[in-house]
Design a protein around this ligand. Structure first.
Ligand code: ZN
Length: 254
C-alpha cells in the first residue's frame, strides 16, 4: 500500500517534469534528477529491513521481556561449536539456513533441530544478486530451500529471512506467494564483516533492550567467542534469552 502511494506520487511528478521539459519550462536534467531521487529512495527502503515499507516484518518482541538470538547462513561445521555454547548456557535460538548448505550438511541441520532450536528459510543459494532477481526466481529460491529442509528434517518452516535483509517489491510478492512469515532483527553487530570480536560484542551490548532480536552468523568462527561473552553478559544483567519464535509469539512450523 505504502509502495503504491509512493509509485503514484512518483508517476505524477515524473509526468509533470517530462511535460515541463517538453514545454521548455525546465531542462531535461530535472527529469533525470526526479528518476535518480526515486531510485535512491527505493534502494534505501529495500535495503533497510526495519523500514517495513514493502513487507510487514517482525523485528523484536516489542515490550516482551527477554532477548532472542538468531543465526544466519548455516548449517556449517562451525554451527556445532555454536550449538555447544548454547547448550552450555541452556539457550535456544533460531537458525536461518541456506538450502545448499542444508544439502551439504544434512546431519548438522538435523542436529540444530534435535537440540531444541528452531529453523527458518534463508533461500537456496543466498546469491549476491538476490536484490536483482525476478519474482519467479525468488519464489524458486524460497521453495527449493523449503523442499530440501523438509526432505532432511520432515519439518516445514513458516519463517523466512531474506539474504542481506533485502526486501523490494519483487521479494515482497514472492514472500506473499510462498506464505512465509518474515523475520528481521533489531540488533545487527556485523559479525560477518568485522574482524574484532570486541567490537562486535560492544555493538550488541551497548544499547541492548528487552525484546531485542540479535542477528549473528553461525558460519563465522569468531562468533563462537562473541556468543560466549554475550551469554555471560545476559546472565550478569539478568536478561533471559528466549527462543525467538516465543519472543515474537509466532508459530515456526506449518
Ligand atoms: Zn545471510
Amino acid at each position: 500500500m505504502k509502495y503504491k502511494i509512493l509509485r503514484t506520487i512518483f508517476s505524477f511528478v515524473l509526468l509533470g517534469s517530462v511535460l515541463g521539459a517538453l514545454n521548455d519550462y525546465w531542462s531535461g536534467w530535472f527529469v533525470l534528477v526526479v528518476v535518480v531521487i526515486y531510485v535512491c529512495i527505493i534502494l534505501i527502503l529495500s535495503t533497510n529491513i526495519r523500514s517495513n515499507f514493502f513487507q510487514h516484518t517482525l523485528h523484536s518482541g516489542g515490550g516482551k521481556q527477554g532477548i532472542g538470538l538468531s543465526f544466519d547462513d548455516g548449517p556449517h561445521p562451525n554451527t556445532l561449536k555454536i550449538l555447544d555454547v548454547l547448550d552450555a548456557y541452556e539457550v535456544k535460538a533460531l537458525f536461518f539456513c541456506i538450502g545448499k548448505n542444508i544439502k551439504q550438511h544434512p546431519e548438522i541441520y538435523r542436529e540444530i533441530i534435535k537440540r531444541g532450536h528452531v529453523v527458518g528459510n534463508h533461500t537456496y543459494s543466498h546469491t549476491r544478486k538476490f536484490g536483482f532477481l525476478s519474482t519467479r526466481a525468488i519464489i524458486a529460491e524460497i521453495q527449493q530451500c523449503d523442499r530440501i529442509a523438509t526432505e532432511v528434517s520432515g519439518l516445514s518452516t513458516r519463517l523466512f529471512r531474506p539474504p542481506f535483509g533485502v526486501i523490494n517489491p519483487k521479494v515482497s510478492r514472492a514472500i506473499l506467494a510462498t506464505g512465509h512469515t518474515t523475520v528481521g532483527w533489531s540488533v545487527r553487530p556485523y559479525d560477518a564483516i568485522t574482524s574484532s570480536p570486541g567490537r562486535i560484542y560492544d555493538r550488541i551490548t551497548r544499547n541492548l533492550n528487552q525484546g531485542d532480536l540479535i542477528l549473528l552468523h553461525d558460519n563465522i568462527p569468531q562468533t563462537v567467542e562473541v556468543l560466549e561473552q554475550l551469554l555471560v553478559f545476559l546472565r550478569q544483567k539478568n536478561l533471559a534469552a528466549i527462543r525467538p519464535d516465543h519472543l515474537l509469539d509466532i508459530d515456526a512450523y506449518t
